[in-house]
Design a protein around this ligand. Structure first.
Ligand code: PHE
Length: 542
């Protein structure tokens, strides 16, 4: 018997939850949630949701049930509403004289054919040949005489056989609906005609669970300091710990391949005693990106086709005045007209240098812009210390931008790795030795190296260097290098015997070699798959 007090429906929580609580009280159970839902006017899916959350707290237990029920198909429902096709057809056949079959088709529509054949089977109706009119019969006979196939030109007439019928199929389907389906063979016929079908209904048997007595009390997940101090843990219900649950894969711990290679390069530079240059400015002036590097203003790289220029602010204000004038003179006439301290003993590019052009802002096209800034600072410090010059090594790894057509190996923004060494009397031998040393440290892929002469406006001599790529089976260009020209260093104020050896390369190229990418767009840019990063949790660099 239900205790009225404890089973006051709707007293707390949802009424559905309360109904479940009452139904399983005192050892009772809900035999089938489907039936229970129907009886109480609940939506079954909603009830199942409530049961699942109650079961999670062990307030109830659930046992899955599966049961097959007969359901009417759409066609079956239509018959319950309007009658079976055979009954409809029968109704359209006048008791007196019947009807021409063509007319019957027009009256009844698409179900006429099935209806008629079923009605004939049930001996409700019959079909007879309509005798031909005299002229028609004569024409048919003449055609036959000259060898034409015998043509069944006769019309058909449908006549009643039974005087009264009862729509058995409709009666049977109505019975299915009220849960009293006919037995075989009638049921099989209904199934074969596609009027009823079997559906599987999943539901649950529900009983009180181990936490039934704590109904509604939320189980506590973690024991707290406060609960221990106050002793409240003794009256608390704790959530069971599922020690079989699989852990979540950690979302962190994976570095983008470019970052791995970058930290690898950085470590190698640091090991070799290099310091990192500040590079945190993507926007640079043409002055530091080109002019300070003795790159003439007509150089094709300074065209908008190769460089992204900035619209706002379009030009730079702060360029050191005196140094800028020395750069102008060096571009225009070389060292002539400059004091011995800055004279590069060159004849310059011989054109009218434009200050406006050099103030134009752009997205830096190479990190050599950072190198020129750093070298100028080193010269300024040396000047302040009475010409005391300290040999130094610097590196940078950061982003650069070029107005390129994008393809499998070119992006409009990528990363450059750059290093330089400044000291007195450095030679081409020092440059080749330093680069070879650097790449040997990176791994066996870079063991074999070839140097090849090239041209840069700011280095002389200049050399590309190539490494043999096992995967591609050929030599690939890895970087570019050279000895900075006196036309770049002298206007900064460096002594004549001070040399800077430098080299630069993209970060993407060696990363592609190392991680086996053949399309740069899979590695960097807006189209990369973030899962790619998660799939690379281990640094592969040897
Ligand atoms: N700045 C050159 C480039 O963009 C690389 C380079 C750096 C060449 C230093 C010589 C010296 O490819």
């Amino acid at each position: 018997a239900r205790a009225p007090l404890s089973c006051n429906l709707g007293r707390r929580g949802s009424s559905m939850e309360e109904a479940v609580r009452c139904a399983v009280e005192g050892g009772q159970c809900i035999e089938d949630t489907q039936v229970f839902a129907e009886r109480n006017g609940f939506a079954h899916t909603e009830l199942v949701g409530v049961c699942k959350s109650l079961a999670a707290g062990d307030f109830i237990t659930t046992e899955a049930l599966s049961r097959q029920v007969l359901q009417l198909t759409k066609e079956g429902e239509a018959i319950v509403a309007d009658g079976s096709p055979e009954a409809i057809v029968f109704a359209h056949v006048p008791a007196d004289g019947g009807i021409l079959s063509d007319n019957l088709d027009k009256l009844v529509g698409p179900t006429a054919k099935v209806g008629l054949s079923k009605a004939i089977q049930s001996k409700w109706l019959q079909v007879v040949k309509e005798p031909l009119a005299q002229a028609e019969a004569a024409a048919a006979a003449a055609a036959e005489a000259v060898g034409a196939k015998k043509k069944d030109a006769a019309k058909k007439r449908v006549l009643r056989v039974a005087s009264e019928i009862s729509d058995v199929v409709q009666i049977q389907l109505k019975a299915v609906k009220t849960g009293n389906p006919p037995s075989d063979p009638d049921l099989t016929v209904l199934k074969k005609r596609g009027l009823v079908s079997l559906a599987t209904i999943k539901s649950f048997k529900v009983a009180a669970g181990s936490q039934y007595a704590n109904w509604g009390k939320k189980a506590i997940a973690d024991l707290s300091h406060e609960m221990l101090v106050k002793g409240t843990w003794q009256d608390s219900t704790f959530k069971q710990v599922n020690i079989d649950a699989g852990g979540l894969p950690p979302p962190g711990g994976a570095l983008h391949p470019l970052l791995k290679v970058r930290s690898m390069f950085r470590e190698t530079f640091l090991e070799m005693g290099f310091e990192e240059m500040p590079t945190q400015q993507f926007v640079e002036s043409s002055f530091w990106n080109f002019d300070a590097l003795f790159q003439p203003q007509q150089h094709p790289a300074r065209d908008a086709h190769d460089t992204f220029f900035i619209k706002t602010p379009a030009s730079t204000l702060d360029i050191p005045r005196e140094y800028m004038e020395r750069v102008r003179t060096t571009h225009e006439v070389g060292g002539q007209g400059l004091s011995d301290e800055y004279n590069s003993k060159s004849t310059g590019w011989r054109y009218d240098w434009s200050e406006e052009e050099s103030r134009k802002n752009l997205l830096r096209t190479h990190t050599t812009a950072a190198s020129s800034r750093t070298l100028f600072k080193i010269a300024e410090v040396a000047k302040k210390q009475g010409g005391q010059f300290k040999p130094q090594k610097y590196f940078s790894i950061d982003r650069v931008f070029r107005n390129e057509a994008l393809d499998a190996t070119h992006l409009a923004e990528f990363h450059q790795v750059e290093g330089f060494v400044i000291d007195r009397n450095l030679s081409l031998g020092n440059l080749m030795g330093t680069i070879a040393d650097f790449y040997r440290r990176l791994g066996p892929e870079f063991k074999d190296m070839k140097f090849k002469p090239t041209y840069n406006p700011y280095t002389e001599p200049s050399m590309e260097f190539h490494c043999y790529h096992e995967g591609l089976g050929k030599w690939v260009e890895v970087g570019n290098s050279g000895v900075f020209r006196p036309e770049m260093l002298r206007p900064m104020g460096f002594d004549e015997d001070v040399q800077v050896i430098a080299w630069g390369m993209s970060l993407e190229r060696p990363t592609m070699i190392k991680y086996g990418y053949d399309n740069i767009r899979d590695l960097f840019g807006h189209r990369i798959d973030l899962n790619m990063v998660r799939k690379h949790p281990i640094v592969r660099w040897a």
